[in-house]
Write a protein that binds this ligand. Structure first.
Ligand code: AMP
Length: 204
């Protein structure tokens, strides 16, 4: 099985080749066709399995294809990835940059504990994808710098850690700002009962 067999488009294949990825990992082989088909997904995967590419590649592909049909329109934030820590947020954003480097799909990363200025400027310049930790994202939304009104792809990464770290209220609040019509992807290393209940009641 190759990435091409999974239906991945040329500009992304070129970037994967540049990264030296020859074959998809099992989570990529299972998730990419489902996500390219615009289905929701509840994925059980540890870090190190290639799960970031499993969700980033289909999102970049959708955004690239959409951009080909909407040339010249103003960029809107269409994908949101929420993750518990700044380190993970940076890593995920770096992956979006690497896999999307021949597509023109732009991302930015938002997390707390640093000055807000550069994050606000990046948002003003226009991005397609935001990778964020919940607190700072809600803060910038409250100030009017981010709107989730046009989100079509929503990823909750390390969802079990989010719940353990007490982010449940923030996540619930974020979800109320998302359009009902969206693709939702939840990834978690474990599937505790509380998490499954949360996923089900959060419409996935
Ligand atoms: P992740 O589970 O997303 O943290 O990915 C773990 C590591 O595997 C990262 O360093 C990725 O760059 C790398 N990786 C992801 N997919 C592949 C692949 N298909 N082939 C080789 N390495 C990969």
């Amino acid at each position: 099985m190759t990435f091409k067999d999974l239906g991945v488009i040329d500009p992304i294949l070129k970037a994967l080749e540049a990264k030296g990825y020859t074959h998809p990992t099992p989570i990529q082989e299972q998730s990419i066709p489902i996500l390219l088909n615009r289905k929701d997904l509840l994925g059980c995967a540890q870090t190190g399995t290639g799960k970031t590419a499993a969700f980033a590649i289909p999102i970049i592909q959708h955004l690239y294809n959409d951009s080909q049909n909407n040339q010249g329109r103003r960029r809107k934030v269409k994908a949101l990835v929420v993750t518990p820590t700044r380190e993970l947020a940076i890593q995920i954003a770096d992956n979006f940059t690497a896999y999307g480097k021949f597509t023109g799909v732009r991302n930015t990363v938002i997390f707390g504990g640093v000055a807000q200025g550069p994050q606000k400027s990046a948002l003003r310049n226009g991005v397609d994808v935001i990778v964020a930790t919940p607190g700072r994202l809600l803060d910038l939304m409250g100030q009017g710098f981010v709107s989730l009104r046009d989100i079509e792809y929503f990823v909750l990464d390390e969802a079990d850690h989010m719940l353990d770290m007490g982010f449940i209220h923030d996540i619930r609040k974020l979800i109320t700002h998302l359009p009902n019509k969206r693709q939702s992807l939840f990834f978690s290393a474990t599937m505790p009962k509380a998490f499954i209940k949360f996923a089900l009641t959060s419409r996935i």
